[in-house]
Design a protein around this ligand. Structure first.
Ligand SMILES: Cc1cc2nc3c(=O)[nH]c(=O)nc-3n(C[C@H](O)[C@H](O)[C@H](O)COP(=O)(O)O)c2cc1C
Length: 358
């Protein structure tokens, strides 16, 4: 992928190739976008206390996540509507992620179906679950993900309401003709091209998704399946403990990339309290504003088992399809390996809390 050397260069190129509406949807955050910006700034405000004179001639970023071996602890975050970036949509993203040796998470609101994505790649897949008011719809999604070979369910818990993304209202976000929420065809909930005022996504979420969810519903999901459950959207230690008590094997410290509650705590600041509360009883992942290898090494040093990457993967997809996705992930992995070398940490296990501070 000649030319692009950083994730920021990918974003600039993607901005030129996407429609204004698609760029606004991908890039935007809730309300004043305070958390969107703060997620990134918070990683930069942590300092690395690097070790010297450690033999780092042999380095590896390999690890395992919920028992799945990966080339690096860099996972693809669930994101809706990839066909806005590329015709092959989530199939291309999944193939790019698989080429990078990592895990692809498919959103409930994908523009390619659970089955078609599974057929397009041999790489490991997770499925992100939104709970519909009509529970039978969610049960059907879970069954389909199980039979298509997905290896975990990611339950997103920070979207009781959809956060107001003012860029989407101004751009009147909707899916263009021919694009649908592919998993919801059977249920008849696949149309996001409506003439509603403002964002069609807001109307969709308000009408169809269940805002009455409680911790009892995590038990309900766990009772439906033998797949591991990952609870995504946690920023507090007590909530992380509840997630584990209700059956989660992992939690994702996330504020939805600043797209839900504006002025929510940046994830770099929330991570320590979650790691402390979890005390190793579950895996902990984190996302939000991670754009450099040095951000990643800080997250791992603070106790995350892995990071999820969101928007930069869509920039890679928009610029060069599956090759662009692979390249974005490889750039991040190489930056992580450089940071590990310069921190005196040749393996992921050597990336420990003493490396970070103020
Ligand atoms: C365009 C877009 C769509 C998203 N859709 C979903 C979704 O369907 N389900 C979900 O759990 N999170 C969704 N997210 C949140 C991401 O999973 C992730 O938490 C966030 O993007 C991470 O922050 P980053 O983009 O700064 O890396 C979405 C994020 C973006 C940017």
């Amino acid at each position: 992928m000649a030319g692009y050397r950083t994730l920021m260069e990918y974003e600039a190129a993607a901005r030129d190739s996407l429609s204004e509406m698609a760029y606004a949807y991908y890039a935007g955050g809730a309300r004043d976008e305070v958390t969107l910006r703060a997620n990134r700034d918070a990683w930069s405000s942590i300092w690395l206390h690097y070790r010297t004179l450690v033999d780092v001639s042999q380095r590896t970023s390999q690890t395992t996540l919920l028992g799945i071996p990966v080339e690096s602890p860099i996972i693809c975050a669930p994101m809706a509507f990839h066909r806005l970036a590329h015709d092959a949509g989530e199939m291309a993203t999944a193939r790019g992620v698989s080429a990078a040796g990592s895990i692809f998470t498919l959103s409930t609101l994908s523009t390619v179906s659970i089955e078609n994505v599974a057929e397009s790649t041999s790489g490991p897949l997770w499925f992100q679950v939104y709970v519909y008011k009509d529970r039978a719809v969610t049960v059907d999604l879970v069954r389909r993900a199980e039979s298509a070979g997905y290896q975990a369910l990611v339950l997103t818990v920070d979207a009781a309401e959809i956060g107001t993304r003012e860029r989407d209202h101004h751009a009147r976000f909707r899916l263009p003709k021919g694009m649908r929420a592919a998993n919801l065809e059977r249920a008849g909930f696949d149309d996001l091209g409506s003439d509603a005022e403002g964002s069609a996504l807001n109307t969709y979420v308000r009408e169809l998704l269940d805002s009455s969810l409680t911790w009892a519903d995590v038990d309900w999901l766990a009772s439906l399946t033998t797949l591991p459950i990952i609870v995504k959207g946690i920023v507090r230690g007590d909530d992380a403990c509840r997630a584990i008590d209700h059956g989660a094997q992992a939690v994702v410290v996330s504020n939805h990339g600043g797209r839900q509650l504006d002025t929510a705590v940046p994830t770099a600041l929330a991570l320590p309290s979650v790691v402390a509360a979890v005390r190793g009883r579950a895996e902990v992942y984190v996302d939000g504003g991670l754009r450099r290898g040095t951000d990643l090494i800080k997250a791992l040093a603070m106790g995350a088992n892995a990071v999820l990457i969101g928007r930069p993967i869509l920039w890679g997809l928009a610029v060069s399809g599956e090759g662009g996705v692979h390249h974005v992930l490889e750039l991040l992995r190489l930056e992580l390996l450089e940071a590990m070398a310069l921190c005196g940490a040749p393996t992921i296990d050597d990336v420990t809390l003493d490396l970070v501070g103020s």
